[in-house]
Design a protein around this ligand. Structure first.
Ligand code: M6R
Length: 614
């Protein structure tokens, strides 16, 4: 949600900034803009356009903006419609200050009123423009030409969440950035430095990075980077090396990132589970500041997450309850803290988030920590806000996920929740080491099974194309199949814009069965498990009412054949692990269905990859 890039160095800033914005497109946006400093003027040259980056590039083609310092932005509209006028960067009265902003300034109405009363003329509907004018005032008055001090002063007066990146026409070698609640990463180069919402924007130039902490301000110059707190006191911080390169963030011959990411799943799971046992033969997490004694003291677990990550959490409940005999509640992060959940020092909160930046989940993490609960974050993003604010982190090593619809991130989250369950069981002694090892060995067989499933997907693609005219599809599952029914429905909704609903198969007779009409497509997740016989009965019930049944079943299972209009076969695996196989046809089905409708499966309408507003 909103992408930000800042650059100062020897290269033409426009090229670096626009390339960075393109790499951040996946975050979702509806307008884009840049500011490049012409040091000879000096003046800030600004171009901004509603719509996709192509519109901005067409405008830029009329006259290239030359200069070696620039800032850029892709905007996902919150305050004000996605128009040219509301696109970032925004400026002050004289055009000396240019600001790009991600987030929402909650006291914006008061700030704006004050500025207008003091004679400022604001020309957009955004909250961001007020920030440019506030910097103008501070710079001219109290701070006397110190841009970073002016930004610090303004930040102290802002309520809400923000990343700000600021350029000033009188400073040809300085970009200032600031953050609260949202991510801002510094890319450290040689004679050039970068700022961005995430490392994807600058890995073509450098793989050395430093994430800013809460309420920090960075001064970015060609020769170096200084980070301070809001009082201007310099603060230390750790750099990290990004261990993937640009190739990992490109399409590699696939029409869409999503299709590439689906194919990457066997390797993503292998990487996620690899090297998890220490020399002592015990399973370990990536970062941990919870003692074994405290782990043994847990009396309850909450799993909090949003969207697809929530579905992974639902599967996690089955694993943790089975192996650890600990009660687990799974909750949508957006609801969690507002109902005042009962949390204490004997509660573990597991936050699951691909990005590690989703505002709902991040706020749930903060709430949990305020209540003194322990927090373990499962994330695909090393150094993300959630990981840094938690007591323990478990990184899924899925590599960059660019498509808005989550695929390999969900797959690796499933691997991670199993491992987290086994870790808890190991420390709490609810499973002996041999059993932990044995479950781990089962998990190790999964990447090859996913490869096998991927090789069988032609019939699923054809079926999806045949059904792509349908406006309603139901998904049914039981036990761990139920979360995957929810995931199959979410994938179809977000990609194909059809009405899709996931339900527990046993629940359908309590109402939803009324939805079934002649020919209604119903996908049933019927891989072999303890509730198989009941599920077969459920399939009969819906088929008797005219449903067109698409049954996902285990190789060799004959029981479902009489009731399946279409059969998708999967290799056998342990029932608890079956979501890692059923997920694949659901992803392929949704992608193919949407593509057959002529839709862009990487950037579905109205959606952002990382949702950083509540
Ligand atoms: O980065 P997160 O895992 O926290 O994101 C959570 C959801 O926004 C995300 O899973 C969303 O539902 C995806 N579009 C699903 O494909």
């Amino acid at each position: 949600m909103c992408g930000i890039v800042g650059y100062v160095g020897e290269q033409q800033a426009l090229d670096v900034v626009v390339d960075g914005l393109r790499r951040l497109e996946y975050r979702g946006y509806d307008s884009a803009g840049v500011a490049v400093l012409d040091a000879t003027g000096p003046r800030l040259q600004i171009e901004r356009r509603a719509g996709k980056l192509a519109n901005l590039e067409a405008a830029l083609a009329q006259g290239r903006l030359a200069g070696t310092l620039g800032i850029g932005h892709t905007r996902w509209a919150t305050h004000g419609a996605p128009t040219d006028r509301n696109a970032h960067p925004h400026t002050d009265c004289s055009g000396a200050v240019a600001v790009v902003h991600n987030g929402t300034i909650e006291n914006f109405a008061d700030l704006r009123e004050g500025l207008e009363a003091r004679g400022h003329e604001l020309t957009s509907d955004t909250d961001t423009e007020a920030v440019a004018h506030l910097i103008e005032e501070r710079y001219a008055a109290g701070e006397e030409g110190d841009l970073a001090a002016a930004v610090r002063g303004v930040c102290a007066s802002l309520e809400g969440s923000y990343v700000l990146v600021v350029a000033h026409r009188d400073h040809p070698d300085l970009v200032v950035g600031a953050r609260r609640n949202l991510p801002l990463v510094v890319g450290i180069g040689d004679g050039e430095n970068f700022l961005a919402s995430d490392v994807t924007a600058f890995i073509a130039h450098t793989r050395e990075a430093r994430a800013l902490d809460q309420d920090q301000v960075v001064e970015l110059r060609r020769e170096g980077v200084v980070v301070t707190d809001l009082d201007g006191v310099e603060v230390g911080g750790e750099c990290f090396h990004v261990d993937w390169d640009t190739a990992a963030a490109e399409k590699a011959g696939f029409d869409y990132f999503m299709l590439k990411e689906i194919q990457e799943q066997p390797d993503a799971v292998r990487d996620t589970i690899g090297g998890r046992f220490g020399l002592d033969g015990r399973l370990r997490l990536d970062e941990l500041s919870i003692s074994d004694e405290d782990v043994r003291g847990f009396e309850k677990v909450f799993i909090v997450a949003a969207g697809s990550s929530y579905h992974s959490g639902l599967v996690g409940k089955y694993a943790i309850e089975r192996w650890c005999r600990l009660p687990v509640e799974v909750e949508m992060a957006s609801e969690f803290r507002y109902r005042d959940p009962v949390l204490d020092r004997h509660t573990l909160v597991v936050a699951i988030s691909q990005s590690g930046e989703t505002a709902d989940t991040l706020e749930a993490v903060r709430h949990a920590r305020q209540q003194r609960a322990w927090v373990l974050t499962i994330s695909n993003t090393v150094g993300s806000s959630m990981a840094r604010e938690s007591d323990a982190a478990f990184y899924t090593r899925g590599g960059p996920e660019i498509a808005v619809a989550s695929t390999k991130a969900v797959m690796t989250q499933l691997a991670a929740v199993y491992l987290a369950g086994l870790y808890l069981a190991q420390v709490r002694g609810t499973r002996d080491p041999d059993e932990v090892r044995s479950h781990f060995r089962d998990l190790e067989t999964v990447p090859a099974l996913i490869t096998e499933v991927l090789s069988r997907m032609d019939a699923t693609r054809k079926l999806a194309r045949d059904l792509s005219g349908e406006e309603r599809v139901l998904f049914l599952g039981r036990h761990v199949g139920y979360p995957m029914a929810l995931e199959g429905a979410l994938k179809l909704k977000e990609l194909a814009y059809v009405s899709a609903e996931g339900m527990p198969a046993g629940e359908i007779k309590h109402g939803p069965i009324a939805l079934i009409d002649k020919g209604t497509p119903v996908v049933v997740l019927a891989t072999r498990h303890a509730l198989q016989a009941k599920l077969v009965t459920n399939i009969q019930e819906i088929r008797a009412r005219g449903a067109r049944t698409i049954v996902i079943a285990t190789d060799g299972d004959e029981t479902v054949i009489p009731y399946a209009d279409h059969l998708i076969r999967l290799p056998d695996t342990k029932s608890l692990l079956s979501p890692m196989l059923t997920l694949v046809p659901l992803q392929v089905f949704a992608a193919e269905f949407a593509m057959a409708r002529g839709l862009d499966v990487d950037q579905p309408r109205n959606l952002a990859k990382s949702v950083t507003v509540e």
